[in-house]
Design a protein around this ligand. Structure first.
Ligand code: NDP
Length: 512
């Protein structure tokens, strides 16, 4: 391994206080120690990854050319290079996929013994584990996330979901005693671009374990790992049509929602699209689960272990470039420790390494798409216009690709757009509180209710506050921790229904 170089600190590494508008915010952040260490590049190899020029639709166990022969490019957001062209599923393709899923449901899957279903799920889980390195590289190239995260979080968790639900497949009667659990039929599943393979696993594994067949639509900007999953499914010898994967844009997803023959829709994505889907499913009387946006409060009490809390704040907002529905995007700090927390946060933020997603030293990768970058820029600009004080990292950004510096704003009011709207990027809004009641009041003052974090040295206080928060998941003295056995989902505009755990089986079973 190359020896790290010692370099002089950059001048700008002191502190940056930008456009405060009212000029109020002043922070004393001292310069870092006399020198900083520069990391040698540590790129993850990707030459072995043989991408095809074109990827087709996976319908009825085969890769098929789309009927209208339309394809769209999928690019690497870190350098804007095209990785491959991917089939666009039109109306006829959506119908073919749903028909294939229906036929597979009637012919094999509903008749298959639960133990056999488990066998297939275990096979898929093992194949994901075996191919985890290439899947991680592909995920980082197609989506922009750091290889450290795709390697250590996304892919292992995706495999873990298949392992976990394989375990439930033949125990449904124990999971729901005194019932005879029955599948719903064909599930249409629409997933976003922030955790592509992991979201596919969250959707497919419980559906199959319960005896449903599926048609999955990945997001337009990140279709590749789902298509590799299709190959894995083919190799696992899953009966044809049990899983169908159709790529395309929003209109493909919209068509899937209304396609005759679909019994249930599971959607993860924006609240706006979720509302449209809810209207259609109400009209068509389809089962529905929605996992939508969030604007989580991360609450720091003055008795918390502040250094650990700062790590939690960093992980809460900068993990996956902040493209996380449960990101801790609103920081609520007790007033007495505000300045200290901000000082520590600012220093820690400067150590984040932003850049090439395939470099193993990278902490923050590329923004997923140009459209998302523009959305983040516009919301950050609204924070400045509102008079909030902006702090950001000083590091150099690559010339090409979509990048945004890790950023936080102080002096934020609950009414500001950056406190209310989901930015879905590496931007944190900092607010203060004086009493526990005020913290709870502010944390719950949001249209969303997906997640929250509480940091305090007192266990009883942690439980008391957590019980008052209207959020599906509340982390205590940690943040952004996931496990297949733990249910995940929201309240209010964050959606309804749970994924993960025993709870994640229920939306795929008929009620008794
Ligand atoms: P969308 O909600 O538009 O996309 C999520 C998925 O739904 C994608 O597969 C998308 O396809 C598909 N889709 C889009 N329109 C429809 C429709 N009318 N009917 C059915 N499916 C549809 O999110 P965006 O990608 O546009 O992101 C916008 C914002 O949404 C983000 O800035 C963020 O705030 C939020 N978001 C929240 C997520 C979460 O996990 N809660 C995840 C992603 C985004 P396609 O990608 O091909 O357009």
């Amino acid at each position: 391994m190359a020896t790290p170089k010692r370099v002089k600190p950059k001048k700008a590494a002191k502190i940056r206080t930008l456009t405060s508008g009212n000029g109020k915010a002043r922070l004393l952040v001292t310069a870092p120690s006399a020198s900083v260490w520069e990391y040698a590049p540590a790129p993850e190899g990707h030459d072995y990854l043989k991408l095809r020029d074109r990827y087709e639709l996976f319908i009825g166990g085969k890769f098929v050319v789309p009927k209208e022969r339309r394809y769209f490019p999928t690019i690497n957001p870190a350098n804007e290079r095209t990785l491959a062209h991917v089939a666009h599923a039109g109306k006829a393709d959506v119908a073919a996929a749903v028909n294939a899923a229906r036929a597979a449901y009637d012919r094999y899957w509903r008749r298959c013994t639960p133990a056999s279903r488990a066998k297939y799920l275990y096979r898929i889980a093992r194949a994901i584990t075996e191919r985890s390195r290439e899947l991680a590289v592909l995920e980082s190239m197609d989506g922009g996330k750091p290889i450290r995260e795709s390697r250590d979080v996304d892919i292992p968790l995706a495999a873990a979901h298949f392992f976990y639900y394989a375990g439930w497949a033949d125990k449904l009667e124990w999971a729901f005693p005194n019932t005879q659990p029955q599948p719903l039929g064909v599930a249409g599943q629409i997933i976003p671009w922030n955790f592509p393979l992991l979201m596919a696993a969250w959707k497919i594994a419980p559906a199959l374990a319960c005896g449903n067949t599926v048609v999955l639509k990945p997001a337009e900007t990140t279709p590749l790992t789902a298509l590799w999953l299709a190959e894995i499914i083919q190799e696992a010898d899953l009966p044809p049509g049990v899983v169908n994967i159709i790529t395309g844009g929003g209109e493909t997803g919209a068509q899937l929602v209304v396609q005759p023959g679909v019994d249930k829709i599971a959607f993860t994505g924006s609240t706006d699209v979720g509302k449209q889907i809810a209207r259609e499913c109400a009209r068509l009387q389809r089962h529905l689960t929605l996992e939508l946006g969030g604007k989580a409060a991360n609450i720091i009490f003055d008795d918390a272990a502040l250094d650990q809390a700062v790590e939690g704040i960093i992980n809460g907002i900068f993990f996956n470039q902040g493209h996380v529905c449960c990101a801790g995007s609103r920081l609520l700090v007790q007033e007495s420790v505000h300045d200290l927390v901000i000082e520590k946060l600012y220093r820690r933020m400067q150590t984040l390494r932003v850049g090439e997603p395939l470099d193993k030293n990278t902490d923050v990768g590329a923004i997923n798409s140009k459209a998302q970058l523009q959305k983040i820029e516009s919301l950050a600009a609204s924070g400045e216009e509102a008079g909030c004080t902006r702090y950001e990292t000083q590091c150099a950004l690559p010339q090409r690709g979509f990048w945004f510096r890790p950023t936080f704003f102080t002096g934020v009011a609950l009414s500001h757009r950056i406190a209310r709207e989901e930015i879905f990027g590496p931007v944190l809004s900092v607010m203060t509180f004086r009493t526990p009641d005020e913290a709870v009041e502010k944390a719950n003052n949001t249209p969303y209710g997906l997640s929250a974090g509480v940091w305090t040295d007192k266990g009883s206080k942690n439980f008391k506050i957590a019980s008052q928060l209207r959020a599906g998941v509340v982390w205590g003295n940690t943040f952004n921790k996931f496990d297949p056995s733990s249910p995940f989902g929201g309240y209010k505009e964050s959606g309804f229904g749970r994924e993960g755990g025993l709870h994640g089986l229920r939306p795929y079973l008929a009620a008794h």
